[in-house]
Write a protein that binds this ligand. Sequence first.
Ligand code: G3P
Ligand code: MG
Length: 247
Amino acid sequence: MTTTAWPYPLWIAHRGAGKLAPENTLAAFRLGAAHGYRAFECDVKLSADGVPFVLHDAELDRTSSGKGRAADLAWSALSQLDAGGWHSRAHAGEPLPTLAGIAAYVRANGFHLNIEIKPTPGDEHATGRVVAAAAAQLWAGAAVPPLLSSFRPESLLGARETAPDLPRALLLDTLWPGCIEMATSLGCVAVVTNHRVMDEALRAQLQGLGLRALCYTVNETADVARLRALAVDGLITDAVDRFSPAA
Ligand code: G3P
Ligand code: MG
């Protein structure tokens, strides 16, 4: 099987800029960009009224001034929260971003985006459907579409239903039985693995199937060297101040 051209940069800034700014906010994207990053990963889920917005956890507590399940609040309430003050005083008042807001920033700057579909548990299929449909609209006419990834096959199935042309990737923390077959049956173009499970054999297996190989979250120099020797297609990192995408 042939592998199609890969339009995304090797280096991808995790949650905007890792830990140097509040994760999954525009401030993080701006910091990642200031370090030379041109591709970003972020986690997208749905508000109670179906607005795709950017947050990692199902709960608000760790990374915002809110409490409890984010999916229980409408966007009008989520938009009032402080998603930066938990990180540092300099970032106090930073709002939670919508996917639309991130799209505006990414497209205006010619950057690339990996949208991780991160459903609130129980909302896997609907989140895939809504996020992918929104992404198709927000990136209409773009030269390079966003890459949609998820740990949840149901979310990728939903994405395929509403935006079949957007590229998909299965995220794998472990190599669970049947995972590669699942990726191919979902029409994925890539798998994104925990960097610890990527090796020569897996790389070769993926290559043989025409699948690209990306890894998260790669923060140590020795791991970068090992993965670059395997010629992986993407490295998702928190360490935007340590690894230069130009190198
Ligand atoms: O998308 C790669 C990586 O972000 C997956 O793990 O928990 O940081 O979303 P997590
Ligand atoms: Mg993620």
